[in-house]
Design a protein around this ligand. Structure first.
Ligand code: ATP
Length: 351
């Protein structure tokens, strides 16, 4: 994707929430970009800061605050535009599909009306024309008998159909960027596969860029061009999906991948399943935040925080295993991209 100008450029983003126990930094120094038409997945366990990152982009942080960094969308910084402008951008430029369609849809209005409202909020469109567009959108998202379905209330639809309606609402104004936050988590696996297929088709047909939040590496493999792996509020690895999945450079990415044995992913890249839990943000571990759970941690990891090492073009990983300075070389752990890195990691595993 080098060469094109990013549609969305998040740089050194920091988000804090006030809590009774004191402020927590849910997102710490996070940077990534999304180019027109591409899908970038943000992946990590629960509590890693994925949703907060998405909500920060949408300007929907509730009690949280952007404390640093920028969220550049085209030529505006979303972290500093006013609420009126943000309301225009939401829906018209950037739309979001949430995890649970039932809580996102209004139970008192027909789904047709809700799509009509979404259209008329941003476009000067007559009611008749908007109603026709609502039916067309319901057809496009694969709802059978869309004229009748437009007159249904949300509770009359299955979970998969409700999510199709949410996607129709999101697409109503032809946004350039769609943010999907675990859009299939509440659905069973067959319906999940249908919805993912639908999102891919719509994205291709409309040329929409997508920021796809998920905890599932299988979904990353299926949906995304590039992936950003987050752990405890920080980016720990990013790169092209095929590179990261076939040759994960960060121990956390390897541990996440271990949960989805798949014929498309080399078994050599797998490690025993991840142990322990994501730390509380009130007491993040010293040094590398992943070190208490990392099977490859060594003496430097609890004391010094690793930077994001630029390990190849468009590929970063936050781990001391990549340190090529004399201090790192002493450990015999200097890792590079592709096969060289993978074998160096294997040989140098901590005892
Ligand atoms: N409203 C809030 N008030 C206080 N802290 C919050 C709030 N929302 C999020 N956080 C903090 O931010 C952390 C990251 O939350 P986030 O929802 O982004 O995680 P996630 O990676 O999306 O996980 P999940 O898949 O469970 O949504 C939480 O563990 C919590 O510490």
């Amino acid at each position: 994707m080098t060469g094109t100008v990013p549609l969305l450029e998040v740089t050194n983003l920091r988000v804090r929430f006030p809590t009774r126990q004191g402020p927590v930094e849910a997102v710490s120094d996070v940077s990534f970009d999304v180019h027109p038409g591409e899908t970038v997945a943000v992946v990590g366990e629960s509590g890693s800061g994925k949703s907060v990152t998405a909500l920060a982009v949408m300007g929907l942080l509730d009690s949280g605050r952007v404390e640093g960094g920028s969220i550049r969308y085209r030529d505006e910084d979303l972290a500093s535009v006013g609420t009126k402008r943000m309301r225009e951008i939401r829906g018209e430029e950037i739309a979001m599909v949430f995890q649970n369609p039932m809580t996102a849809l209004d139970p008192l209005y027909t789904v047709g009306n809700q799509i009509v409202e979404a259209i008329r909020l941003h476009r000067e469109t007559g009611r008749k024309e908007a109603q026709q567009r609502a039916v067309d959108l319901l057809r496009e998202v694969g709802l059978p008998d869309p004229e009748r379905r437009a007159r249904s209330y949300p509770h009359e639809l299955s979970g998969g159909q409700q999510q199709r309606v949410m996607i129709a609402i999101a697409l109503a104004c032809n946004p350039s960027l769609l943010i999907a936050d675990e859009p299939t988590t509440a659905l069973d696996v067959t319906v999940e596969a249908q919805i993912l297929r639908l999102m891919r088709t719509l994205q291709r047909d409309h040329g929409t860029a997508m920021l796809f939040i998920t905890h599932d590496m299988g979904v990353v493999a299926e949906m995304a061009d590039r992936v950003v792996v987050m752990y405890a509020g920080k980016v720990v690895e990013q790169g092209r999906v095929e590179d990261v999945l076939n040759d994960p450079q960060n121990p956390y990415t390897r541990a996440l991948l271990a949960s989805i044995p798949s014929p498309t992913i080399s078994r050599d890249a797998l490690m025993p399943a991840i142990r322990g839990a994501v730390p509380s943000l009130l007491e993040t571990p010293s040094g590398c935040r992943f070190h208490p759970r990392c099977p490859e941690a060594f003496d430097r990891c609890p004391t010094e925080e690793p930077p994001l090492f630029d390990i190849a073009a468009g590929r970063d990983s936050r781990c001391w295993l990549h340190d090529r300075t004399p201090a790192g070389a002493v450990r015999g752990r200097a890792a590079g991209p592709s096969g060289e890195g993978a074998s160096a990691l294997g040989v140098g595993r901590a005892g």
